[in-house]
Each structure stands twice: as structure tokens, then as C-alpha cells.
Design a protein around this ligand. Structure first.
Ligand code: ATP
Length: 239
């Protein structure tokens, strides 16, 4: 079976600085794949290159077998690749409901959009309670939920999540990851998740990659990575 998303020998620069140094990885349909790495490893740059916000200098990004590298972000979104950005960039002055409606901007099927909004509310009941509230007045965790919900409104074939645990308490992180797990299992949403929080990410993921200084240095099943000594000492904080 060919991969839903395949990245081959990708290189991305900021001017003279090479941030992605020959990265290759695969995501199969239905999987959760996580990319772990410390601050500055290149995780955000990798997602930005896949979603078309940055152009790679070299390499290929294949989606459903078609090369998409160098396409504009709106073209990438229309293929079904949806990025949920780091820092929960919701529209602060719009209500929860308006944010979700904007999420569906590529679609015109009103009845289906309403159904998807109800699906988002069923996964995130707090958003239903606060549907009339301005997004800027939500807590950090609720804004993260809204950012994920807005991504879901595009019916993504793959959702790219940039550090959903950032700035959240362990309890809220667990709550959000439990919901991501249900979205994967029950709705079949394929996910690529970049995280510094290796413990929660490996617990959710099927496959994992570890990035250091722009390169992939380890690749394995999430279970094997979680059991590896290097991961335990560097990323899981075990002695
Ligand atoms: P973080 O967790 O902080 O988001 P990251 O793993 O996502 O880290 P990137 O943000 O992708 O890492 O950064 C990768 C490398 O590219 C780092 O060395 C960083 O300093 C550099 N970099 C990132 N953004 C820029 C920029 N706008 N201009 C120049 N260099 C940048």
C-alpha cells in the first residue's frame, strides 16, 4: 500500500540556514504519526513546508501519490491537508461558532457543515456551551480545542498538529489527547503530530520519528520508541 503522505529527502532553508536537512518520512492512511524533537529541531519548519507556507529547496512531498511540494497553502488545504497551528491561532473577536464556520470556508454543503459542527460540539462539549462567546475570552485549552475543531470543519484527509500540548496543564493535555485518540479511532482522521511532550505523543501515535538539528535520527513504531533507552533518557526524563 502506498503512503497517504510521503516526504522524501526534504531540505528547507531560512536564507542561508538549513533548517530541514534531508528529511524522509511516511504517514499511512488512518495512522497517527508523531515527530518528536527538542526546541529548534525543525518540527515546525517541516509542517510549514508540507502545508505550503514554506517552499523546500530540494526533495519531494507526495500526497496520495501526487507531488505537492511548492504548492500554495490554499491548494494544499484543498487537497485535504489541514494544519492546526502552534499557539492556537483562533480569531479572537469572532465567536466560537463563527470560528468554526470560517473553518469550513472551502465548502458549500450547508447541511453537511451543520452536521460537522455538531460533531465538533459532541467531541468538545465545552465549545457548544460557549458557542456565542468570543474566542479570545476562552482559556488556552479551550482555544486549542477550537483550533482543532476548526481544522476538523475542513474534513481533513490528514491533520497536521503543531504541539497541541504547548502551554497546557498535564490534565488538559491528557484530555485533548484522549479526544485526538477518539477522533482517530472513531472518525478515522489521519494525524501527523509534532510534539516536545514525548510521553503523550508516543502513547497516542502508531509510528514515531525523532528529529535533531533538522535530521531524522530515529524512526520506529511508537511502542518501540517509548521502550528505547535513548528516548527514555533524553525525552521521557527517566534516569
Ligand atoms: P519549536 O518547538 O521551537 O517550534 P521546532 O523544532 O519546531 O522548534 P523550528 O521552529 O522548525 O524548530 O526551527 C528549526 C531551525 O530553524 C532552528 O534552528 C531555528 O532557529 C531556525 N529558524 C526558525 N525560524 C526561523 C526564521 N524565521 N529565520 C531564521 N531561522 C529560523
Amino acid at each position: 500500500m502506498s503512503a497517504l503522505l510521503e516526504v522524501k529527502n526534504l531540505e528547507t532553508f531560512y536564507g542561508p540556514i538549513m533548517a530541514i536537512r534531508g528529511v524522509s518520512l511516511e504517514v499511512q492512511k488512518g495512522q497517527v504519526v508523531t515527530v518528536l524533537g527538542a526546541n529548534g529541531a525543525g518540527k515546525t519548519t517541516l509542517l510549514k513546508t508540507i502545508s505550503g507556507i514554506m517552499d523546500p529547496e530540494k526533495g519531494q512531498i507526495l500526497f496520495e501519490g501526487d507531488p505537492i511540494q511548492g504548492r500554495e497553502p490554499h491548494q494544499v488545504v484543498r487537497r485535504g491537508i489541514v494544519q492546526v497551528p502552534e499557539g492556537r491561532e483562533v480569531f479572537p473577536l469572532l465567536t466560537v461558532e463563527e470560528n468554526l464556520s470560517l473553518g469550513a470556508y472551502t465548502r458549500s454543503d450547508r447541511a453537511e457543515i451543520a452536521r460537522d459542527r455538531d460533531m465538533v460540539f459532541s467531541y468538545f462539549p465545552i465549545l457548544a456551551e460557549r458557542r456565542e462567546q468570543e474566542a479570545g475570552t476562552l482559556s488556552g485549552g479551550q482555544q486549542q480545542m477550537l483550533a482543532i475543531g476548526r481544522g476538523l470543519m475542513l474534513r481533513p484527509k490528514i491533520m497536521l498538529l503543531d504541539e497541541p500540548s504547548l502551554g497546557l496543564s498535564p490534565l488538559l493535555t491528557q484530555e485533548i489527547f484522549d479526544i485526538l485518540r477518539r477522533l482517530n479511532k472513531d472518525e478515522g482522521v489521519t494525524m501527523m503530530l509534532v510534539e516536545q511532550n514525548a510521553a503523550v505523543a508516543l502513547d497516542l501515535a502508531d509510528q514515531g520519528y525523532v528529529m535533531e538539528l533538522g535530521r531524522i535520527v530515529m524512526a520506529d513504531s511508537a511502542a518501540k520508541l517509548a521502550a528505547s533507552e535513548d528516548i527514555q533518557s533524553f525525552y521521557l526524563g527517566h534516569a
